[in-house]
Design a protein around this ligand. Structure first.
Ligand code: 1PR
Length: 551
């Protein structure tokens, strides 16, 4: 069923409003406009504000657009407003993220940064359940009985429930890193949530539907699904499905999958064609419907692309984001490059194309390795190093920047070990009695560099990466499990979340990497593409072993 209730999406051009528009479209709202001017804000019936970037950037943009006063008037006269993530945070008085810039001041209280207590990673990225407060009822956007569902959060700052009168705003809280923080607020026709309803699968879409129904005078029927069944409270371990994408020999984009990064069939007496496992958008949609928590698209031949208007994954993202309502990452070719007309494009401009097409995060591979090499050459003074990582995290937030590392094991003994350590590599004793370090490669494993994975991970976290996708070329496609020693070595060295990748072949491998290392997410590709293992059975195994799991 469709509705012509007018909805205005306030946008200052720094992020992904496409996902929100797609969510509204699938819910049947056809009268949706993007607004940017004071008069549009003044005449809007219902405003949704999906803020992105930093608190200060959001407030400055509202001032620059001249809409600040009109927005405050709209909210204070109790006209419908829904703030998502930063769009909720700006309702508060201030934020320690930008101490000199006040918020809208609708809700008393300060937004502050997670402390990373007890080794918890910052940003908080993941799926969480909610706890209702006494202001949460069966008719609030998140109904009391729906708080057991899973909602997707990604943020470094959070509001702690303020004392006193403003408490009545707080409808649900969530728990992370030892904090109980504000997950959603609401009073009258004004509401907001810290999580992303447009990225929280069916549970999230339901929050939006209920809120719009209530403010538009529609019926909030209790279409509340079964509350999700998890392994308990707290943040769920994420299961990411990766789609390695490239053109095949006749120029179609296909999902492929390599063995140790070699994606060609073993042909007679030489190399066969590129393995074709299916159409990327169809496969992404299927994995979303099967319960994947996140989908990553990697353009594995990106080092060839030369034209900004010919980024192969842009159209794919636009298409996929119509049907997929969980976070999507795009990687491959995010770096500065000069096109055939001699024009220089910055990495963040390439990333921007993907964000506008529906991506939530970009993943940077080769360019991150060279950025850390420059950082090392500058004596680890990050102010002296320009990088795509820094450029993108400043504009879109650290949570939007994933770094993908493609290391290979190098075994060393005796003098070699001494020499490797002298060159700054972190060498570990492995359980088979040997010692190794993990050498970073660029260009999809084609070129090895004299820098180790632990060093690159530390460096990119300094430069502003929010997450690390940690592959391992030795284990890729081997179905023998993840490189646990690598996951441990890198996970222990950085405060940002690590996604384990490469080597999953059975359900137990995923549970194992969560139980034995501190990674926040596990990525798998081939076992799903070949139809050997189902997402649901992996999640059942995780849940049965006591891991918090979004079923
Ligand atoms: O360097 O910024 O242009 O990014 C290129 C990106 O493409 C990097 O993220 C790099 O990891 C990826 N890539 C490049 N070549 C290949 C290849 O396979 N020939 N694929 C490649 C990386 C790793 C995972 C894979 C897991 C899990 N593939 O995506 O899906 O290893 O596989 P499994 O579960 O089947 O073991 P830039």
């Amino acid at each position: 069923s469709s509705s012509t209730y007018p909805i205005s999406v306030l946008d200052y051009g720094a992020g992904n409003v496409l996902s929100l528009l797609n969510a509204l479209s699938i819910l049947g709202y056809t009268n949706v406009t993007i607004i940017t001017t004071p008069s549009e804000v003044t005449s809007a019936t219902c405003i949704i504000f999906p803020g992105v970037g930093s608190f200060g950037l959001a407030m400055e943009n509202l001032v620059k657009m001249g809409v600040l006063q009109a927005l405050v008037t709209h909210i204070k006269s109790d006209k419908p407003y829904f703030g998502i993530c930063l769009g909720m945070q700006v309702l508060f008085t201030s934020s320690s993220e930008s101490p000199s810039i006040p918020g809208l001041g609708i809700i008393g209280g300060e937004v502050t940064k997670f402390q990373g207590k007890d080794g918890s990673k910052v940003p908080n990225i993941g799926w969480n359940t909610l706890t209702p407060t006494s202001s949460c009822t069966s008719s609030t956007p998140i109904p009391k009985e729906g708080t057991g569902g899973y909602y997707y959060f990604v943020h470094s700052y959070r509001a702690l429930p303020p004392d006193g009168v403003d408490k009545e705003w707080i409808q649900t809280t969530a728990e992370y890193g030892g904090d109980v923080y504000v997950a959603s607020v609401g009073k009258g026709n004004v509401a907001g949530c810290q999580f992303h309803p447009e990225k929280s699968g069916g549970d999230g879409l339901e929050v939006m539907r209920r809120w719009i129904c209530s403010v538009s005078g529609g019926l909030v029927n209790s279409n509340v699904g079964e509350a999700g069944v998890g392994g308990g409270g707290g943040i769920a371990k994420r299961l990411v499905v990766a789609l390695d994408v490239r053109s095949n020999d006749v120029g179609e984009l296909v999902v492929t999958k390599g063995d140790q990064y070699d994606v060609r069939e073993k042909g007679e007496g030489g190399k066969g064609g590129v393995r074709n496992l299916g159409k990327p958008s169809d496969m992404a949609r299927k994995y979303y419907e099967d319960g994947a928590d996140e989908i990553a698209f990697l353009n594995i031949t990106s080092f060839r692309s030369k034209v900004i208007d010919d980024l192969p994954l842009v159209e794919l993202m636009k298409e996929t984001s119509k049907h997929v309502f969980v976070p999507m990452t795009v990687g491959g070719g995010i770096r500065d490059f000069t096109d055939e007309h001699g024009k220089l494009w910055k990495g963040w401009q390439v990333a921007d194309r993907y964000f506008r097409a529906g991506a939530d995060k970009v993943s940077i591979g080769s360019d991150s390795v060279t950025a850390v090499e420059r950082l090392r050459d500058e004596g680890w003074d990050k102010d002296k190093v320009d990088s795509s990582i820094g450029d993108i995290s400043v504009r879109y937030g650290v949570q939007a920047v994933v770094v993908s590392i493609d290391p290979k094991r190098v075994y060393v003994k005796g003098e070699e070990r001494v020499e490797a350590e002298r060159r700054g590599h972190v060498v570990k004793d492995t359980k088979d009695g040997r010692a190794c370090w993990w050498q970073c490669t660029v260009k999809g494993g084609r070129e090895a560099r004299d820098i180790c994975a632990v060093t690159v991970a530390r460096g990119v976290a300094e430069l502003g990466a929010g997450e690390i996708m940690l592959n391992c070329i030795d284990n890729d496609g081997q179905c023998d499990g993840y490189d646990l020693e690598l996951m441990d070595a890198v996970g222990g060295a950085v405060d940002v979340p690590v996604i384990a990748s490469s080597g999953a072949g059975r359900e137990e491998h995923v549970s194992e990497v969560f139980l034995k290392t501190g990674v926040s997410a596990a990525l798998a590709a081939g076992m799903f593409h070949r139809g050997e293992v189902e997402i649901e059975s992996v999640k059942r195994d995780m849940r049965d072993k006591g891991l918090v799991t979004r079923m």
